[in-house]
Design a protein around this ligand. Structure first.
Ligand code: ADP
Ligand code: GLC
Length: 486
């Protein structure tokens, strides 16, 4: 089974969110079960910098706008995963992030940047590929940045390979003015409802959903949710037409990277049977963040993009109540300025009990995950979510809203789930401040009054197998179904 895995982000090369975590770990899990997999991604400066054994392997011709580029291949250090990158100085080698400049403004030529990524994936799977000794059976696309790939494969390159798209977040669709059709050399006849047109615009994501041979999402609940108006972001009609085919496969976690027993970012490692180290990590975190060092103060953790999706606006109005109950908060994140300001003000007014770090910080994200007592994730929608999985693995019970992958991974604590040892967190009854408050209060009740019950809840989460092993087999099964002779 040869698979071309097309993505815009791969940890540790470049990351803005969970897509990078998935792309950094799923391919290697697939390789471990015998899949011959290669990643294809844009040659951002950090990617060119970090890959080892990087060599030019082919010349790419007939590309929109830039006409040609080179295809390079390297390896992610310490792994055997092969990564092919499109090297184009004019498209990808600039300062700023993968989607926007240093001021947060979207690159105006994103349709070309990701149109070319999609086109190259299609070329590499088709009869005109410049690589003769490696042709994929399946092209596995991820999110809108790769959405045009299935369209190019079917309509332009006449590829024999099968295409599939994994939907990590319906909120980002890549919709652009119809003028881009000609620039991207897409057939105008397919700019239609039965094609890649969406409310008069060219939609990258719709193209992927419409033309892909298979569709997956990153949790079973999200696979159902996106077929409703509440979560489908306008594409629920198209998605429900393909409803039964859409398979939800829960993400795993990279256990080499996220493992409290061997985490280089922690002053002391710990495990489900040796939880003492977690206390030391907590006091070190309190000290580092300037919080009052107090083992008994419930420390709430947040690591998140600060956007509507993540629901952290629900935490702001209940913070005073929680502080009055003796809680502390350690927050790391960035996003909407109103939310950044609201949390920053809380920290200014409560320096010994609230710490807010605005920005992106990999080591601190591990320290918060390990040092906090509870992880707060009240997302309004969450295709999968990785942080609640990290919370489970680190003995930091997650407090989550019942949606998407959160509902599929966190088991609420009640009499039944406590008895049968499945309870591993606390689940809100609805997305509201009141519900979040009552959920945190339930957790505090156990944390403050019943140490052995709390330890049991921690252990239940820590003993789950959250690795990619099971999910990788499910992806392999999708590839096999796709390529089965008719
Ligand atoms: P999403 O991809 O929707 O943002 P996920 O929970 O799937 O949500 O993944 C988010 C990933 O990004 C996690 O690995 C998380 O630790 C990381 N992350 C988010 N914000 C930050 C930050 N400010 N600093 C460091 N890591 C962050
Ligand atoms: C998206 C989703 C998140 C998911 C991640 C990886 O960023 O918002 O829920 O975990 O993709 O699949």
């Amino acid at each position: 089974m040869r698979v071309l895995f097309v993505t815009s982000e791969v940890f540790p090369l470049i990351k803005t969110g969970g897509l990078a975590d998935v792309s950094g770990s799923l391919p290697s899990a697939l390789q471990n079960i015998g899949v011959d997999i290669r990643i294809l991604m844009p040659g951002y400066p950090a990617v060119l910098d970090k890959l080892t054994d990087l060599q030019t392997i082919a010349s790419l011709e007939n590309l929109p706008v830039i006409h040609n580029a080179s295809l390079m291949m390297g390896r992610i250090a310490d792994t055997q995963v092969k990564v092919m990158v499109i090297k184009s100085a004019s498209l990808y080698e600039r300062d700023g992030g993968p989607y926007s400049d240093a001021n947060g403004l979207e690159w105006l030529d994103n349709p070309v940047r990701f149109g070319v990524l999609s086109k190259v994936a299609a070329i590499l799977s088709g009869p005109h590929s410049p690589i003769v000794d490696w042709q994929p059976n399946v092209v596995h696309c991820n999110d809108w940045q790769t959405g045009l790939t299935p369209a190019y494969m079917k309509l332009v390159e006449h590829s024999q390979a099968k295409s599939m798209i994994s939907l990590h977040n319906m909120a980002f669709q890549g919709c652009y003015a119809p003028g881009w059709l000609s620039t991207l050399e897409l057939p105008h006849t397919n700019f239609a409802v039965e094609g890649f047109e969406y409310h008069g615009q060219l939609s990258f994501l719709k193209a992927g959903i419409f033309y892909a041979d298979a569709i997956t999402t990153v949790s079973p609940s999200y696979a159902k949710e996106i077929q409703t108006a509440e979560f489908g972001f306008g594409l629920e009609g198209l998605l429900s037409k393909r409803g039964d085919e859409i398979k939800g496969i829960l993400n795993g976690i990279e256990t080499d990277e996220w493992n409290p027993e061997a985490d280089p970012h922690l002053i002391k490692t710990y495990s489900a049977t040796k939880l003492a180290g977690k206390k030391l990590v907590k006091s070190a975190l309190q000290e580092k963040l300037g919080l009052h060092i107090d083992a008994s103060a419930p420390l709430l953790g947040v690591v998140s993009r600060l956007t509507h999706q993540k629901g952290l606006d629900m935490l702001v109005p209940i913070m005073q109540n929680l502080l009055d109950s003796g809680c502390q908060l350690a927050l790391l994140g960035s996003g909407e300025s109103a939310l950044e300001n609201a949390f920053s003000n809380l920290a200014i007014n409560n320096p010994e009990s609230v710490s807010v770090t605005i920005g992106y910080n990999e080591p601190l994200s591990h320290q918060i995950m390990a040092g906090c007592d509870m992880f707060i994730m009240p997302s309004r929608f969450e295709p999968c979510g990785l942080n609640q999985l990290y919370g489970l693995a680190y003995g930091t019970p997650p407090i989550v809203n019942a949606t998407g992958g959160l509902a599929d991974s966190v088991v609420d604590t009640n009499i039944i789930t406590f008895k049968n040892k499945t309870a591993n967190g606390f689940v809100m009854s609805e997305a509201s401040s009141a519900s979040l408050l009552s959920c945190i209060k339930q957790a505090l009740n156990v944390f403050n009054n019943d140490e052995s019950a709390w330890r049991q809840i921690q252990k239940n989460g820590m003993s789950l197998n959250l690795s990619w092993d099971k999910s990788a087999l499910e992806y392999l099964a999708v590839y096999q179904t796709l390529t089965k002779p008719a």
